[in-house]
Write a protein that binds this ligand. Structure first.
Ligand SMILES: NC(=O)c1ccc[n+]([C@@H]2O[C@H](COP(=O)([O-])OP(=O)(O)OC[C@H]3O[C@@H](n4cnc5c(N)ncnc54)[C@H](OP(=O)(O)O)[C@@H]3O)[C@@H](O)[C@H]2O)c1
Length: 252
């Protein structure tokens, strides 16, 4: 296993939780588990320790970006992190004004600012050691705007650009960057969704794929492939045609 010490934000449930456990099973020696719900993190930590790996519980709200950077830098000094997964995220609230600041605020602070703080925190240490891997958990929704979805699409599109910029700036430094673009996954985030969830994945499936493919540090992992190809094609449509397609498909 390429990694010795990893941090995963959003490790208390869903994809982050499954990925943390899977990485421990595959041999990562130390895992730092970040989220707000301590009891759930303790549960995940117990599961990881049962595999005779070290688990550190770090209760953090990643929207508090200064504290996030401070804590992750301290952990990097202690453990020498070689994998950082910015996974913590929130969905957009349902039944609210999609363009109100109150709707946009949470996802922007957590999914974009929190991810940027997470991804940049350990960089100085990684650059010094000339070794590291930054991973952002994004979404197929970043390929193209969807009606009523500004709060979710916007930060994921920002994350996509951040990862592209990081990859360019970090070439030749020994620090790799991977963008994970996901379709629908059966987690708390989509549990109350009233929309159709085509090609729904299980979090364990995502964790299996990621734990197998991340060590090769591809620039991008797209899951599921078929929905990924469709949304990428949708995003590449000329503007007016894309607007028509969005309305036709969503009925909004
Ligand atoms: N599920 C999908 O269909 C889907 C599709 C594409 C992309 N994704 C992305 O996958 C990632 C994981 O989501 P999931 O589907 O696994 O949903 P989830 O089960 O709801 O997990 C979200 C995780 O993020 C943590 N989190 C939320 N706000 C946080 C904050 N302010 N500070 C620290 N941690 C915070 C939550 O922990 P606490 O509540 O304990 O803080 C939880 O561990 C997200 O980035 C999401 O956008 C999901």
């Amino acid at each position: 296993m390429r990694y010795r010490a990893a941090v995963i934000t959003g490790a208390s449930s869903g994809i982050g939780r499954s990925l943390a456990v899977r990485l421990a099973e595959r041999g990562v020696a130390s895992l730092v588990l970040v989220a707000r719900r301590r009891e759930l993190l303790e549960e995940v930590a117990r599961e990881i320790r049962a595999h005779e790996r070290r688990a550190y519980v770090e209760c953090l709200d990643v929207a508090d970006t200064e504290r996030t950077v401070e804590r992750l830098r301290a952990l990097d000094r202690e453990l020498g992190l070689d994998l950082v997964v910015a996974n913590a995220g929130v969905g957009a609230a349902a039944g609210v004004d999609p363009l109100a600041w109150e709707t946009l605020r949470g996802p922007l602070h957590v999914n974009l600012c929190g991810a940027a703080a997470t991804l940049s925190a350990a960089l100085p240490g990684m650059l010094e050691r000339r070794r590291g891997h930054l991973v952002g958990i994004g979404s197929l929704s970043a390929f193209g705007a969807l009606p009523g979805s500004a709060a979710y699409c916007t930060p994921k599109a920002g994350l996509s650009m951040l990862l592209d910029c990081m990859r360019l700036d970090l070439q030749g430094t020994g620090v790799d960057v991977t963008h994970v673009r996901l379709g629908f996954v059966r987690t708390e985030m989509v549990a109350r969704s009233t929309h159709p969830l085509p090609q729904l994945l299980e979090p364990e499936q995502v964790a299996d794929e990621l734990s197998e493919r991340l060590p090769a540090a591809p620039r991008e992992i797209v899951l599921p492939r078929a929905l990924g190809a469709l949304t990428r094609a949708y995003g590449a449509l000329p503007g007016r045609l894309r607007d028509l397609a969005a309305r036709a498909v969503t009925g909004l």
